[in-house]
Design a binder for this molecule. Sequence first.
Ligand code: ZN
Length: 459
Amino acid sequence: MAIKYNDFNSKLENYLVTQKERLVSDWLDIVRIPSISSTGDGVSLCCDTIVEKMRSIGLDVTVYPVKPYPAIFAKYGDDPKKKTVLIYAHYDVQPADPIDEWKTPPFEPTIIDGIVYGRGTSDNKGPLMAHLKATEFWLKNYGELPVNIKFIFEGCEENSSLGLPEFLNDNRELLQADLVYFSDGPRHESGLPTVALGAKGMLYLELTLESSKRDAHSMYAPILPNAAWELIELLYKLKNNGEVKIPGFYDNVQEISELESEFMRKLPNVVDEIIETFGVEPVIPPEKTYYEQLLNMPTFNISGFTSGYTGEGGKTVLPSTATAKIDIRLVANQSCDEIYEKLVNYIEELGYDNVEIVKKGGVEPSKTPIETKYLPLIEKATRETFGEYIVYPCRPSTAPDYLWTNILGLPAIQVRWCDADSGNHAPNEKLAIDTYIKGIECTSRVIRIIGEEGLCTPL
Ligand SMILES: [Zn+2]
């Protein structure tokens, strides 16, 4: 097999150069269709257009009526001797708001100096099309793939992936694979592509404390309770001196393995950039490194607090209610239900009967073990394509990687190669044409390298 593909580099280079115009125009065709999952605008047209393009490559495509938006499943090959790669992407986008801040119309992709501006160029239509074009490269040049390939494209990622967990649960057999591969997000701040093996989860809550029936004139402060003070006191009991005090909060946090530490030590030192950006030194316990603290610690963050009068000028009110918005980022092995229960029990144990806890959302944490044999293979493809790169054993932000690791039970690795300044979700979202072409190259190499691995592994 290795001999058969030994002209791979020249074939790939030739394809990326000679087909460039078409590779780009197919990508722009889908950027032109809005597909906004929060409103439904253009979603079904975009879905149909992608399906058509997938069929023209030669893929066997099925559209599943997942609610609220269809999921596209496709496959090529069913050879038990080959590895199976499941590629994920999403075809929906964020709304274009604030529309006035766009320098070019968000759904008229515009090329300026080799960069395409438009909503969804980077998040996630560029990577989606790059995966398809890599598959097309293989089929056009070799008439086959060295792996079995499956695609799952959802239309609701920007709106909590509604319907997808149920779909995956009901279709485990259909989606069975050796590895999930995807590219959703910009590079690291340093400009290096990022290979990532998981993401933090998130439990999002609102705590509302009611201290009396109604707001009062603040002259009553000597005799009436104040909801703002009571909630501040409660929050202090939940976290103080850098430590969450909810009993058992850290119980399931796993120690960092020697191998993970080794990977973390190789990550770029960004402390100076952090100081420059935020004007403050990062707070890191002496026994930990920057990345050990950033990547492996759960958080308990107050993201908003409202009580009393918050308008211009003064108003001497004594508030009867106070609300804190809390986001808790979870690390592998913790779960939303577990942490929610521990929080509720502790608040009850502290004697509060006037606090309402409303769960606003939850995403489970996820981690693919760094020992996975697929990591060196994905690293090889990344290195061959981009040169330098970094590996995040787990990302500090939240993404629904648990869909693959927890529901399907598969290793999931992503290579984030979009430009670091793509501006996902913001006005003037963009992706350089050269970066997109590199993305096609990366997936083409992933297919080759995983394929070679499949053939040398005894069945
Ligand atoms: Zn997004």
